[in-house]
Design a binder for this molecule. Structure first.
Ligand SMILES: C[S@@+](CC[C@H](N)C(=O)[O-])C[C@H]1O[C@@H](n2cnc3c(N)ncnc32)[C@H](O)[C@@H]1O
Ligand SMILES: [Zn+2]
Length: 259
């Protein structure tokens, strides 16, 4: 039996019809389901999964350990609350290993990420949701098919959000605020601080933006995991470091598709 899906063929945009082991469009483009159940809808040549320098298997395992221990649960709850009225499919853009999607209670849940390893982990852990390897900037998702779409700390495109949302559909983004994980960051001079501050504002497209701030008192293992799952790990070891008492400061922004 064919499952309904919002995923479409990345070559021609036609609907995908699923059989046991493949999904195929009416033009004959065929995609195999991986053994974990996801589809690879990233078109070769446009972008490769090597475009994700951040996602080593180690950093993905660190993220899974850190998130499943519940340290960022207030963020997951805030996203879930903004989307709980979504009456239809919800899509997580840049879903990573799937933690935030697993908090969403919708008719059907979908996640995409450019990292194959992340999608493998997500698909294995959350078989009730459908996952695909794909780019945020070119979603293999039907026009006007989602009641909700969201992104947590990952690249996203507002024009793609508008295209895939139904009229009245809701989008939510989570982006870092100015003091996010500041205790782990190298100290900087005032000019750099100011520039950071400007970069840490909520998206201008938002009709609503709330700043969520709390302090974590982490175990040493959790501090190392948090450090390893962020770009901080690329900075000079002597400057950036894992610490156990750390500020979380994020913007939870949202808007509606008015088209
Ligand atoms: C910091 S992680 C956040 C993952 C997840 N949302 C979370 O918060 O746990 C950023 C994610 O964005 C993904 N990513 C980076 N560039 C992307 C792109 N162009 N399209 C889709 N995903 C992308 C990475 O593979 C990674 O999983
Ligand atoms: Zn096709």
């Amino acid at each position: 039996m064919t499952r309904p899906t919002i995923f479409v063929c990345p070559h021609c945009g036609q609907a995908l019809h699923e059989s046991q082991s493949t999904a195929q469009c009416s033009e004959g483009h065929t995609f195999d389901f991986a053994k974990e159940g996801y589809l690879n809808l990233l078109v070769a040549g446009r972008l490769s999964s090597s475009a994700t320098p951040g996602d080593t298997p180690d950093s993905l395992q660190a993220r899974r350990r850190f998130l499943s221990a519940g340290w960022y649960e207030p963020i997951a709850t805030a996203v879930q609350e903004l989307l709980h009225n979504a009456n239809g499919p919800v899509l997580d853009v840049g879903c990573g290993e799937g933690y935030y999607l697993s908090h969403i209670d919708a008719d059907s849940m979908y996640g995409i990420d450019i990292s194959k390893k992340a999608i493998q982990m997500a698909s294995k852990a959350y078989p009730m949701s459908q996952f695909a390897v794909a780019s945020s900037y070119r979603l293999p998702v039907d026009d006007s098919s989602c009641a909700g779409v969201f992104t947590v700390f990952a690249p996203h495109s507002f024009s793609e959000y508008q295209r895939v949302l139904i009229p009245g559909g809701t989008w939510v983004t989570v982006t870092p605020g100015p003091h996010h994980l500041k205790e782990m960051r190298p100290s900087r001079d005032d000019t750099v601080e100011e520039r950071e501050q400007r970069r840490s504002e909520p998206p201008e497209q938002a009709t609503q933006a709330e700043r969520l701030q709390f302090t974590l008192h982490l175990t040493e293992e959790a501090a190392v995991d948090l450090f390893s799952m962020t770009p901080l790990r690329w900075q000079t070891a002597a400057q950036a470091r894992p610490v156990t008492d750390v500020s979380v400061d994020v913007w939870i922004a949202s808007g509606t598709n008015l088209m």
